[in-house]
Design a protein around this ligand. Structure first.
Ligand SMILES: *[C@@H]1O[C@H](CO)[C@@H](O)[C@H](O)[C@H]1NC(C)=O
Ligand SMILES: *[C@@H]1O[C@H](CO)[C@@H](O)[C@H](O)[C@H]1NC(C)=O
Length: 318
């Protein structure tokens, strides 16, 4: 045996002796608890002490949450102090009650994490850690489509949303033949102010390869299916579709016609003015049916004469 192994042996014996001493009081907690969002959560811790101590009493209990300075629950100098929403699980806890479990009355996402419970008794002290996992069930998803009126022929995309869950889960897509289309979709997870997660997934439907039914399923963080919603793509007959198209065209026409009417009317008025002036000038001319050249000339004269009024540059064209 060399010096190093003797050293190690001594250390082990030392640790065992300390452990034996600490064994007078022991705090035992369940390593992990799962709490439901909005419900009560229990962090179960109990104090064990050697039977030799006939009159064991607890002097101090300190419940701390990792990352929070102030204890969430404390018993010290015969007094219980706590932060809102934290209390002893035992309704009328006193210093002879070895069940020092912590109760969280309204579990929030921020309550998840590591907790430590320290107990000082009249014959020793000990502490133990425990972990709280918070979960929340995702709501039944909703599906909307882009465009709003989607058909087997149009293509487009479907958007499936589910919120109120925790931790981050997953949205998966299937068609009526149970083919997984999740790879064709893009999912986003947003954390709301409450800490809960909103999942949103967009599935692109390519024109000509659209199925008549799409199922959006929400899975929780551990892969358990929580809810699903089915979206039926409307099967519209050709006739129906054409009608819809016509309706759309009609709608377009009524939107386009007014400006056209206004311009048309304007042209008519201008033409009326033009011909009226021409007619009033006709008696001055010899021929009532002028040849093309004459006609052109006449027009030119008129335009030249009226250039001041109309200000057109058409005269430059010929
Ligand atoms: C401690 O008390 C709580 C609340 O009364 C109870 O639910 C829990 O089972 C108790 N733990 C033990 C180990 O008895
Ligand atoms: C996930 O869902 C399954 C099945 O519904 C359930 O048993 C499990 O506890 C859930 N897990 C979480 C982390 O919510």
């Amino acid at each position: 045996m060399n010096m190093a192994s003797i050293g190690i042996l001594c250390s082990i014996i030392f640790v065992i002796l300390i452990r034996a001493n600490a064994a007078f009081v022991k705090v035992q907690c369940t390593t992990e608890s799962v709490g439901q969002y909005g419900q009560q959560s229990l962090l179960d811790c109990n104090v064990k002490h050697s039977e030799e101590v006939s009159d064991f009493q607890i002097r101090v209990v300190v419940w701390k949450k990792e990352g929070v300075d102030e204890p969430v629950l404390m018993f010290n100098k015969e007094e219980i102090t706590s932060q809102p929403g934290f209390q002893f699980a035992e309704p009328s806890w006193n210093n002879r009650n070895m069940n020092v479990s912590l109760l969280i009355t309204n579990t929030k996402v921020v309550d998840s994490g590591a907790y430590g419970c320290m107990v000082i008794g009249n014959s020793g002290d000990d502490m133990s850690d425990t972990n709280l996992k918070v979960t929340a069930k995702y709501k039944v998803p909703t599906i909307s489509s882009i465009p709003e009126k989607i058909t087997l022929n149009t293509g487009g995309s479907l958007i499936c949303k589910s919120d109120g869950g925790y931790p981050k889960g997953e949205i998966r897509w299937f068609d009526e033949y149970n083919t997984d289309w999740t790879k064709s979709a893009k999912m986003e997870a947003k954390q709301t102010t409450s800490g809960l997660v909103q999942l949103s997934s967009e599935l692109t439907l390519l024109q000509g390869s659209v199925f008549s039914k799409y199922i959006c399923q929400v899975f929780n963080a551990s892969g358990g299916k929580e809810a699903e919603t089915t979206f039926n793509i409307p099967v519209t007959s050709e006739k129906h579709e054409r009608k819809e198209e016509k309706k759309e065209n009609a709608g377009l026409a009524t939107k386009v016609i007014p400006p056209l009417l206004v311009i048309g009317a304007l042209i008519l008025v201008l033409l009326a003015v033009f011909f009226h002036k021409r007619r009033s000038q006709q008696p001055r001319r010899q021929s009532t049916t002028p040849l093309m050249g004459d006609h052109h000339q006449a027009c030119r004269c008129e335009l030249d004469a009226e250039q001041g009024d109309l200000g057109t540059n058409e005269t430059e064209n010929s």
